[in-house]
Ligand binder design. Structure first.
Ligand code: TXA
Ligand code: MG
Length: 358
């Protein structure tokens, strides 16, 4: 695996590699993608192997412009053209009926194809040099957090990606918003970098009940997606309430001479960095009233905390509006199997190696 700075010459080389059926990881404004020639089924198969991605999870096809994107679709409703006009290039993916030219492996056998026109200059230049659509999921192993830097891709995929174009950190930091089309209106399949509020000023978007039905059709909505290796827990309630509870617990540990069994907790705070000895590590999203600021740091923060050898990551909540909807979606998914109670059920694995009730 080689990391190439995203110079014009290297982008051209990467495009040639794609033409030969190779894989190239490249930056988009949302997260890094792992790309292959979308019309070459064999090349696309390599993405699934590299990511250890199950074959039932369809890929997003990236296009240089709306015309190329829609040329892969059998049917394009006028509303889709309206969205394309306002939000492309950008973090929006539309799922529409597909043409037979799109190989089945790209869409996991579904009759629809997910298309998007990315805004990142490196992605755009790569698409332009390549001269065709590029299928690319996020450049992480299946179920893990998406990478927002070239280093994160390298750590995540190792040798599986032959080349990574390094274009710096992704600006948006969460994946694109995915909209499905049921013949009459759009459904939210995945909240992401384009806010629902902005989309709703142009088209109608179906509510939640439809979304859960649609979830079955969009495996990206599986629970426990986007998970770091360290169990993540959503903070139940406010920071001050949680800290009060931790202090009580810590007292009980000390009284019973189990102080060394105190779990290593990592704090992912929504606001500015908080220092507190109850936590072994802390990273701040530092939203400062703009959740978009925090969204850009979300996956990098999870990735950093994941390496700190902690027992749990405790994440503060953000308001579920604007980009906060996408941030909360990723946090909820990352914590799918864990509640705060889990902290007190398990002891530090490394030190005690057995369970002891406190
Ligand atoms: O921002 C992004 O969208 C990034 C960058 C690289 O473009 N890509 C990305 O791809 O997040 P991926 O594969 O990690 O997520 C694609 C999502 C999944 O939730 C998948 O289930 C959904 O899109 N999807 C793709 N094709 C679909 C289809 N035909 N029907 C329903 N959902 C589909
Ligand atoms: Mg992904």
């Amino acid at each position: 695996m080689t990391v190439w700075p995203a110079t014009r010459a290297n982008i051209r080389r990467a495009a040639r590699l794609l033409k030969k059926g190779g894989l190239v990881a490249f930056p988009t404004e949302t997260v890094y993608g792992l790309g292959a020639d979308a019309l070459n089924a064999q090349a696309v198969c390599r993405i699934f192997t590299a990511k250890k991605r199950p074959a039932f999870d369809p890929l997003i096809v990236h296009a240089v412009d709306a015309q190329q994107a829609f040329s892969l679709c059998r049917q394009v409703p006028p509303q889709a053209r309206v969205l394309a006009e306002h939000f492309w290039p950008g973090p929006l993916t539309l799922v529409l009926p597909k043409k037979t030219t799109v190989p089945d492996v790209v869409t996991a056998g579904l009759d629809t194809v997910a298309v998007r026109v990315p805004a990142h200059p490196v992605a755009r230049e790569l698409l332009r040099c390549f001269g065709g659509p590029i299928a690319a999921p996020s450049a992480n192993r299946f179920g893990r957090t998406s990478p927002t830097t070239a280093d994160m891709v390298a750590e995540n995929l190792g040798k599986a990606a032959s080349v990574i174009l390094d274009g710096g950190a992704s600006r948006v930091g969460v994946e694109s918003t995915v909209l499905g089309w049921d013949g009459k209106s759009f459904t939210l399949l995945r909240p992401g970098g384009t806010t629902v509020e902005a989309l709703k000023t142009f088209v109608r978007i179906q509510g939640k009940t439809r979304m859960s039905k649609a979830a079955r059709r969009s495996p990206g909505l599986l629970k426990s997606h986007y998970a770091p290796q360290t169990p993540l827990i959503l903070m139940p309630g406010s920071y001050s309430g949680f800290v009060k509870m931790l202090r009580r617990k810590k007292k009980a540990y000390t009284l019973r001479a189990h102080a060394s069994a105190w779990p290593r907790l990592a704090l992912l705070s929504a606001g500015p960095r908080k220092k507190n000895r109850l936590f072994a590590a802390a990273v701040a999203l530092d939203c400062r009233g703009r959740v978009g600021r925090g969204a850009a740091r979300l996956f990098q923060a999870m990735h950093k905390l994941d390496k700190m050898n902690c027992d749990f990551i405790v994440a503060e909540r953000v308001a579920s509006k604007g980009l906060g909807l996408a941030v909360m979606d990723r946090l909820k998914r990352a914590s799918a199997h864990n509640t705060a109670k889990a902290i007190w059920r398990t002891k530090r694995h490394g030190i005690h190696g057995h369970r002891r009730k406190i």
